[in-house]
Write a protein that binds this ligand. Structure first.
Ligand code: 13P
Length: 336
């Protein structure tokens, strides 16, 4: 695949007013989500839940792509239509989570490094055959008393760059995700410093590994106060610090940046994205790739009664897509 093709996929992912829905929870993560609403974590329930999300009427109006999990990319609707076909027919790009999750980084207590490079070339080629147009790899950086270490940041950046190179070789756009966690009592300034150091390291590693930035997408965490921090930064403070950080560390040749929600409430995630776009124009389109902030309301309804609440649950997905699509344009208005 040519760089032009990768570039046009990346651009489509961040088309004006559109963003990504992340439904790539691993089987152990979806269990945690299902547990909150009392749904047994069976393969059929996971399939039915993802079918509800992906068949939301007019999902393609504000959603450009969806990130799937390995099991999900092989699944079909109850009527037998493969999810990837359903998506491609609707103009929704299939994405795939390809990392194998964060593991303890030996020698660095409390820190994590994401695994999954072994055999990745073959897996990516298979995912490309199954219809995947982009792939996600999530690295996790934890802010604590003595963390993150430079070693942890570098190890994760190196893995992200190697994964990105393999993606581009397979004709798949890498969505590189270095998530700086919101967990902890750190303040906005700590979040800024760690996020800037992480992004600088990541783009250094991507340069060393010959990654074509024009065919890549960054999935970023916002610069935000730790959940347990006594002083919570305002919406405008979060937006301003995040923009300042991205401008300091992310090359302008990148086609777009999408944010994860990371444990923010639905409204916070939308308000932050909206505020950032109102401060524009910026060097890149800023959009969303939310998991929880797209699904929370739908899961609650669907979990209560899968049949009776099916359409209501889909309505909340459509509404979250619409609100976040407006926020990607800086046109969202809070309902009083
Ligand atoms: P959240 O928006 O729930 O953080 O999930 C996005 C994601 O894909 C994290 O890897």
């Amino acid at each position: 695949m040519s760089i032009e093709e990768l570039e046009s996929i990346a651009q489509a992912m961040v088309a004006p007013g559109k963003g990504i829905i992340a439904i790539d929870e691993s089987n152990s993560t979806i269990k945690k989500r299902f547990d909150t609403v009392g749904v047994p974590n069976t393969e059929e329930n996971r399939r039915a839940y993802r079918e509800m999300l992906l068949t939301t009427p007019k999902l393609n109006e504000h959603i450009s792509g969806a990130i799937l999990y390995d099991e999900t990319i092989r699944q079909s609707t109850k009527a037998g239509v493969p999810f990837t076909k359903l998506m491609l027919d609707a103009g929704i790009l299939p994405g795939i989570k390809v990392d194998k999750g964060p593991q303890a980084l030996a020698g660095f207590p409390g820190e994590l490094v994401t695994e999954g490079l072994d055999g990745l070339r073959d897996r990516l080629n298979e995912y490309a055959r199954l219809g995947a147009k982009f792939a996600k790899w999530r690295a996790v950086i934890t802010i604590g008393e003595d963390t993150p270490s430079g070693t942890c940041i570098e190890a994760n950046s190196h893995a992200l760059a190697r994964y990105a190179a393999l993606c581009q070789e397979a004709g798949i756009v890498p969505m590189v995700e270095p998530e700086v966690l919101m967990d902890g009592n750190h303040d906005l300034e700590d979040s800024y410093e760690v996020t800037e150091a992480t992004l600088r390291s990541l783009f250094g590693a991507m340069y060393e590994h010959n990654i074509m930035l024009e065919g890549s997408i960054l999935k970023a965490s916002m610069v935000i106060s730790g959940k347990e921090c006594a002083e919570q930064a305002s919406v405008d403070e979060v937006a301003e610090a995040t923009i300042r950080c991205l401008k300091a560390a992310v090359p302008a040749s990148l086609p777009g940046i999408v944010f994860l929600s990371g444990g923010q409430s639905d409204e916070q995630a939308t308000a932050h994205l909206n505020a950032m776009n109102q401060m524009g124009p910026h060097p890149w389109p800023l959009s969303f790739s939310y998991g929880r902030a797209m699904q929370q309301a739908a899961l609650k309804l669907w979990g209560k009664d899968m049949q009776a609440n099916f359409a209501e649950a889909q309505k909340t997905v459509a509404l979250r897509a619409k609100d976040n699509g407006l926020a990607a344009l800086g046109q969202w208005k809070k309902v009083a």
